[in-house]
Design a protein around this ligand. Structure first.
Ligand SMILES: [Zn+2]
Length: 337
């Protein structure tokens, strides 16, 4: 009898310990000692999110099964290493190689459509209530899709996700893809709506290698055709890249973290009401900004610049939008207000 009671005692004690551990690991890590003023449960908006950068391991597995694609490994740790940057990532160019595997899963209409649905549902489950998902149709034509097929497929996925979202079509920095960029521009014109589909274009890729000035003509055309655009600028290249983007007519800037390099560009951004789509974790990993203790988000905010927080590539970076807010609160004093 005594042994039975001892056993019951041990079982109860074990249950209490396990339940406590469960509580510790499942309590949202929301605050600075419970003093957080930011609601970490909902109402996030992500304006800068790349579809191919948001392919988490779980999404990759589902896309592989759907399309009968064999992933390079069955081992989760190895798969995660192929999909997410390591801490020794040296530059934006190094960072960009982590998009290779996700892109192989996004080359059929069903794969692309399903990826939009899965990414949308994933971030909706993390409290995001609206997102603009961006991708470059020209990077999805390896297995016979046309750029237009790629636009239609993503629009199809948009209808199926729980998330309220729109699409941004990216032009790509590079050589030899001028026609592909023109085609993307034409598709943006054809499919542009105010809400519920394609809402803008962007310029993505290696900014330091292919300057923004190279794209003056195509964005002048976009402006003439009333196609709204954002441009990745002031990330791998300097403040003048942002200046060029604004001169061509960009309404928002992807990153823009480096505008502090030129006070005139800071004023240009402020005076024109340009929105900066800032992405702290991405900037740290690509080394767009080195000393994160001096990350200028709060400075820009205090100067009256319209700044937003975004994930950029949540799969590649292993982050969430909530993490980005938490980081700014805990390290830079961002408040709910
Ligand atoms: Zn980006």
């Amino acid at each position: 009898m005594r042994e039975a009671l001892t056993l019951i005692g041990i079982l109860i004690a074990t249950a209490i310990v396990l339940f406590s551990v469960f509580l510790i690991y499942n309590t949202p890590k929301n605050s600075n000692n419970g003093n957080s003023t930011i609601p970490y449960t909902d109402k996030y908006i992500d304006l800068h999110l790349h579809l191919d950068g948001a392919i988490t391991m779980n999404i990759a597995k589902q896309l592989a099964v759907l399309q009968n694609i064999t992933l390079p490994t069955n081992n989760d740790t190895e798969l995660e290493e192929l999909l997410s940057v390591s801490d020794d990532c040296e530059s934006l160019n190094d960072f960009l190689k982590y998009f290779e595997l996700p892109l192989t899963l996004l080359q059929t209409p069903e794969g692309l459509s399903e990826s939009v649905r899965l990414v949308g549902d994933n971030i909706a489950s993390q409290g995001v209530i609206y997102a603009e998902i961006r991708y470059a149709p020209q990077l999805h034509c390896d297995n016979g899709m046309t750029q237009e097929d790629a636009v239609k497929a993503a629009l199809d996925g948009l209808k199926k996700t729980k998330l309220k979202a729109n699409l941004i079509l990216c032009l790509m920095r590079g050589d030899g893809n001028e026609e592909a960029n023109e085609e993307t521009l034409e598709l943006a014109k054809k499919y542009l709506v105010e809400d519920g589909g394609v809402v803008a274009i962007d310029l993505s890729g290696a900014e330091a290698l292919f300057n923004t000035t190279k794209y003056k003509e195509i964005f002048t055309k976009a402006k003439e055709q009333n196609i709204p655009f954002t441009i990745h600028a002031g990330e791998a290249d300097g403040a003048f890249s942002v200046q060029n983007a604004i001169e061509y007519g960009a309404l928002r800037i992807g990153h823009g973290v480096r505008i502090y390099e030129d006070p005139n560009v800071v004023n240009l951004v402020k005076d024109n009401g340009i929105y900066l789509e800032m992405c702290p974790t991405s900037n740290r990993q690509t080394h767009a900004f080195e000393d994160m203790s001096k990350y200028p988000f709060m400075d820009y905010l205090e100067q009256g610049i319209k700044v937003t927080l975004n994930t950029d590539d949540m799969g590649v970076e292993r982050t969430t939008l909530a993490n980005e807010y938490r980081y700014m609160e805990e390290n830079h004093g961002l408040t709910g207000e």
